[in-house]
Design a protein around this ligand. Structure first.
Ligand code: GLC
Ligand code: CA
Length: 549
């Protein structure tokens, strides 16, 4: 176990959209290498690299056709080795994305299964239809049908795919799969990676393939959510592989509640080290994630509080490659974009847990500016459009739904500078660059003493040297319609965080005094009133006149 994972700041790179070194419009590994000094300066300890393995790219690399090779668009294995070495020389570790619920249908295993090799057929979930009907009534994560004919449709055999039809699910009842995956993990760990972010890891083992209870989108989920089988696999991977290395895991665990999360990552159980939960990412949705509703800050505060108190150690994140941008979601944006982005970072770093940030969050990048579905690449969005069409939802309502929820909102190219191509590429970018790159970009933000990234560096550095912020217990002090106040306590050390989730000034709802150690406004506080999207971190023991920043 990487002993420092609790104290690390993890920065997620979505390679396709990070930095393109050769002008083909697609980010690549040499591009990442060229930005390592930038990441070092931000105070990043660990990079989580979204998949760079060989892939036909149906789901941007989450459909892997060779787990031991690099996607040619991204570079070569030599490039990867160089990235690892260059990162290491700067004290930065790298964790890989481990996608083991499914492979690509272009993986050799699936090809050999299709060619009739029994051994490989048994690597996947292949079931007979029933009297012309599908094997069961399950739903699919990408608004699709989860069964696709396997080989000749006359055979009435289907393979299971909980995601795209180019992502057949692996059969984890087959011990052969376990051996293959151990081998893949060792391959990367032996190279020196610091662990894995484990994709949809709590659904890998299916308890049964019976019909499921009706659900809006995921009928059947009770048959595969955090099963005993999955717990056993995780414990075995930990014992047989992970514990032999200085490395850690963070599981992407969909649909988990606190007891389930606790079972997946409690230190005594020796399964995962940490999990990503989603309840806070669902605070602005009704039912499924494609139906968004108005954001109510109090709901977010309540959910964060519940998880802070309910789970021993959290991952703290507001963004990743599957979620719309936090500044668009949780603030008014516009003239409040930068101050709002800083407030959200202040909140994020003040929580208890390992902090995960996503590329662009450090400069307050916003949701993409797409004009129509034609500009969207994300397979999920296209499936949602089809589903909505079949439900009789007409445009512009379908587009309205997709524009707000599409994963491409977070996947627009990184905005490095104000040159054509935003410093991301000299060619034609694979996905539309947000036109606000002329104002919102790294070159401009990083020379602004009051920029988002300056604040990011400040609070990141502060947390690293603050035992109470790293480790102190969390208690909520006030959860209002717009204002959130909480404290962190460790022994007799205490820090109080205050966040205003509104463009309107507000009174500080409870008496708080002391020294402001971090604030997202440069000038001293407005006599106890909170300014728009103000964030303050207060040391109650300090003298309020000594700002100490
Ligand atoms: C995870 C990934 C997502 C991917 C899915 C299927 O949720 O984060 O991007 O589409 O798994 O692998
Ligand atoms: Ca490239």
């Amino acid at each position: 176990m990487l002993s420092t994972y609790k104290d690390s700041t993890v920065y997620q790179i979505y390679p396709r959209s990070f930095c393109d070194s050769n002008g083909d419009g697609v980010g690549d590994i040499p591009g990442i290498i060229s930005k390592l000094d930038y990441l070092k300066e931000l105070g990043v300890d660990v990079i989580w690299l979204s998949p760079v393995y060989k892939s036909p790219n149906d789901d941007n690399g989450y459909d892997i056709s060779d787990y031991k090779d690099i996607q040619p668009e991204f570079g070569t294995m030599e490039d990867f080795d160089l990235l690892l070495a260059e990162a290491k020389s700067r004290g930065i570790s790298i964790i890989m994305d481990l996608v083991i619920n499914h492979t690509s249908d272009e993986h050799e295993w699936f090809r050999r299964a299709l060619a009739g090799e029994e051994k490989y057929k048994n690597y996947y979930v292949i079931k007979k239809g029933k009297n012309g009907r599908l094997p069961n009534n399950w739903g699919n994560f990408f608004a699709d049908c989860p069964w696709e004919p396997f080989g000749d449709p006359a055979n009435e055999e289907y393979y299971l795919h909980l995601f795209s039809k180019k992502q057949p699910d692996l059969n984890w009842d087959n011990p052969g799969i376990y051996d293959e995956i151990c081998d893949i993990m060792r391959f990367w760990l032996d190279k020196g990676v610091a662990g894995f972010r484990c994709d949809v890891i709590n659904i890998i083992h299916k308890r049964s393939y019976e019909n499921g209870k009706k659900h809006l989108a995921l009928t059947g989920k009770e048959h595969y959510l955090s099963t005993e089988g999955t717990h056993k696999i995780l414990a075995a991977l930990r014992r047989d592989v992970m514990d032999k290395y200085d490395a850690f895991t963070v599981g992407e665990t969909v649909l988990v509640d606190i007891p389930m999360a606790n079972d997946l990552c409690h230190p005594d159980r020796k399964e995962l080290d940490m999990v990503f939960s989603f309840e806070h990412m669902e605070c602005d949705q009704v039912g499924v994630k494609w139906f968004k509703t108005a954001f109510k800050p109090k709901k977010l505060m309540r959910i964060l509080t519940k998880w802070q108190k309910g789970l021993g150690w959290n991952t703290c994140y507001f963004e990743n490659h599957d979620q719309p941008r936090s500044v668009t979601r949780f603030t008014e944006g516009g003239e409040y974009r930068a101050i709002g982005a800083k407030m959200l970072l202040g909140l994020l770093f003040s929580l208890r847990g390992t902090t995960f940030v996503y590329q662009g969050q450090e400069i307050g990048m916003t949701n993409g500016a797409f004009d129509s579905l034609d500009e969207i690449v994300d397979i999920e969005s296209h499936n949602v459009d089809k589903m909505a069409r079949s439900l009789g939802i007409i445009n512009p309502f379908r587009w309205h739904l997709i524009r707000r929820t599409s994963r491409d909102n977070a996947r627009t190219p990184m905005q490095w500078d104000d040159s054509d191509g935003a410093g991301f590429t000299t060619g034609k970018p694979w996905l539309k660059i947000h036109p606000n790159y002329r104002e919102v970009n790294v070159a401009r933000d990083s020379v602004d003493a009051d920029g988002v990234s300056a604040f990011f560096k400040e609070i990141n550095a502060f947390k690293k040297q603050s035992p109470v912020l790293k480790d102190g217990e969390f208690s909520e002090l006030h959860m209002g319609r717009k204002v959130f106040v909480f404290e962190r306590v460790r022994g007799d050390e205490r820090l109080i965080a205050i966040c205003n989730f509104s463009k309107s000034p507000a009174a500080i709802p409870i008496p708080v005094s002391g020294r402001t150690v971090i604030s997202n406004y440069k000038d001293a506080s407005d006599n106890g009133r909170l300014r728009p999207y103000e964030f303050m971190l207060i040391d109650p023991k300090g003298d309020k006149n000594d700002k100490g920043r």
